[in-house]
Design a protein around this ligand. Structure first.
Ligand SMILES: CC(C)(COP(=O)(O)OP(=O)(O)OC[C@H]1O[C@@H](n2cnc3c(N)ncnc32)[C@H](O)[C@@H]1OP(=O)(O)O)[C@@H](O)C(=O)NCCC(=O)NCCS
Length: 356
């Protein structure tokens, strides 16, 4: 047992480096600490508490806004971290109890957590699915948990729970990809990637053919640059952390009246099945909702394109149904499955700061 007194208090500016270290050691990686830093930098943390032992930070918990069904805003618990040598001594429980109590007193309607099924139920958390609340990531039912604090405000609440975009961005960083605007100089890389991928891509995207040339690519890139500047379509290259070209994604077929766009993507054959497309779709969704006034992003996938359907689902898009003979590919009309992202009704899940 620890013999120093444990104190739980609100994070101070001087705790930042220690909090990063607690997260790094507890998770044996930097990703959670980066999420904490990103949420703090955008002033998006609802609450950030530390546990200290003899004045030293040994534990940390953060809560950020989370929107369910595009309407009801509550809190997402996490990341939470305790230094390995201080684990299993009740410090995590003290943090959760203090955090949940503070949020309850501030009028927060509910708390969601993605965490251990044997730990969180003791604080009153139960499967979010029992409330019709789903997770944007593909996780087992018993680890996506919800605690109702205000039954009145959560009455009838259901739908997809959307975390702050800092979580998805950290995911994209982990898979080491980012999206960026095209330049005409990308033509050779686009051609090389397209020619490598004809067998996989051409069935679904007929522009990708064995004779695809630099001239064709350059002409397309030139028109896309102008279209981007005019706000007519937004095409991006997907690139690795080293800058190599992995594929493409974009928002196109804009419907200005209804503020709607098609969201498309492809990934070169050599790097498929590594989460590249899923991370790119999330990054593009966040870019779209932050940089345009679009309300609805649609992914229309031919019925037989199972990999693309997985990408849409894994990225958190909602499957809406099947559209009959919606996509003409190589002269044949195919049924298509439609998925969508919609802009949260409270844009970006704006931070609400709680005083403690
Ligand atoms: C669809 C495509 C973009 C996927 O890119 P990717 O980087 O491999 O995607 P991810 O790694 O993020 O996810 C691929 C998912 O599809 C699954 N998958 C791959 N091939 C599959 C197949 N033949 N059947 C079923 N699922 C398949 C993978 O297992 C993975 O799902 P999981 O993580 O749940 O296991 C890529 O294959 C591609 O460019 N296809 C041609 C163009 C295209 O179809 N674009 C979309 C048009 S709507």
């Amino acid at each position: 047992m620890i013999d120093e007194a444990i104190e739980v208090r609100v994070e101070q500016p001087s705790d930042v480096a220690a909090i990063r270290e607690v997260n790094r050691r507890a998770f044996a990686q930097d990703q959670e600490g980066e999420i904490v830093d990103a949420l703090r930098a955008r002033q998006a943390a609802l609450l950030s508490l530390v546990a200290t032992a003899g004045g030293r930070v040994v534990g940390h918990i953060m809560y950020s806004p989370l929107v369910v069904g595009g309407i009801v805003e509550g809190a997402a618990l996490g990341p939470m971290a305790v230094l390995p040598e201080y684990q299993r001594q009740g410090i995590g429980s003290r943090l959760v109890e203090a955090g949940n109590r503070t949020l309850d007193e501030a009028g927060c309607p509910f708390v969601v957590v993605l965490g251990h099924a044997h730990f969180y139920p003791r604080f009153g958390f139960g499967p979010a699915s029992a409330h019709g609340v789903t997770c944007e990531w593909d996780v087992p039912d018993d680890v996506f948990l919800l605690l109702v604090l205000d039954h009145e405000k959560t009455k009838g609440m259901s739908g997809l729970a959307r975390y702050r975009h800092e979580f998805a961005e950290a995911d994209a960083a982990r898979s080491s990809i980012h999206i960026r605007r095209y330049s005409v100089d990308d033509a050779p890389a686009v051609v090389e990637a397209a020619l490598e991928s004809v067998a996989d891509v051409q069935p679904w995207l007929p522009w990708c053919h064995a004779g695809y040339s630099i001239e064709e690519s350059r002409a397309w890139l030139q028109t896309r640059a102008a279209a981007f500047d005019e706000g007519a379509s937004f095409e991006f290259a997907i690139v690795s952390s080293e800058g190599s070209y992995l594929g493409a994604c974009g928002l196109n077929q804009l419907d200005r009246v209804n503020k709607r766009a098609n969201l498309g993507y492809w990934v070169r054959s050599g790097v498929t099945r590594r989460g590249v497309a899923t991370a790119a779709v999330r990054a593009l969704r966040d870019w779209g909702f932050s940089n345009t006034d679009l309300i609805r992003l649609e992914i229309v996938v031919a019925a037989g394109n199972l990999a693309s359907q997985r990408v849409a689902t894994n990225a958190g898009a909602v499957r809406e149904g099947t559209l009959r003979r919606r996509l003409v590919l190589h002269g044949v009309a195919h049924d298509a499955t439609i998925f969508s992202f919609t802009r949260p009704l409270q844009p970006g899940g704006e931070a609400r700061h709680l005083t403690t």
